[in-house]
Design a protein around this ligand. Structure first.
Ligand SMILES: [Zn+2]
Ligand SMILES: [Zn+2]
Length: 172
């Protein structure tokens, strides 16, 4: 028997835990609390996959994909990115005999897919983004985007070797 879940974040695996079902598939979009993220999601992140009972060993495998919007950490230009991640995790009814935090423990037979996606995104989304590897950023004096050309400001390069010397002249 196979079930496909498409309209809830809570995946019912109770039949699977009881050994009545061999596989449960899911393909859902999940809602996330935007306060948990410093990026924005123009569309709901998606997760699809299955939970399979392989003679008592239950494993969840999922493919997460999320489009998100952020900005370049140097020049602040808006960026659209896509995050994808494949995960596999064993599922257990309880952790009584297993001392392993990687297990997914269903709550009353339900796996919260939105929580799964939330955690995966919090742990794996890059902390900062660049519009391109060699982004020159903004001038720290006039704020001009230096990717569009030089602004003519005299900017001090921050070289620690010269910092001491700089200080020396300040004291004169
Ligand atoms: Zn940039
Ligand atoms: Zn400038």
């Amino acid at each position: 028997m196979e079930e496909i879940l498409t309209n809830s974040f809570k995946l019912d695996v109770s039949g699977l835990l009881r050994g009545e079902t061999r596989q449960v598939d899911f393909d859902v979009s999940v809602e996330l609390d935007s306060q948990d993220f410093d990026v924005t999601f123009p569309r709901l992140p998606k997760v699809h996959g299955s939970v399979v009972n392989m003679s008592g060993y239950i494993e969840l495998s999922a493919e997460i994909s999320a489009e998100y919007e952020t900005s370049c950490s140097r020049c602040l230009k808006d960026l659209g990115e896509t995050f994808t991640l494949s995960i596999k995790a064993p599922v257990a009814e309880s952790l009584e005999n297993m001392d392993n935090e990687e297990y997914i423990i269903p709550d009353n037979g339900l796996i919260d897919l939105s929580e799964l996606v939330r955690e995966a995104l919090i742990l794996n989304l890059p902390m900062s983004h660049l519009c391109r590897e060699d982004c020159r950023g903004l001038c720290n004096k006039c704020g001009k985007d230096l990717n569009d050309g030089d602004c003519g400001c005299v900017r001090k390069e921050k070289d620690p070797r010269w910092a001491v010397l700089e200080h020396f002249f300040d004291e004169e």
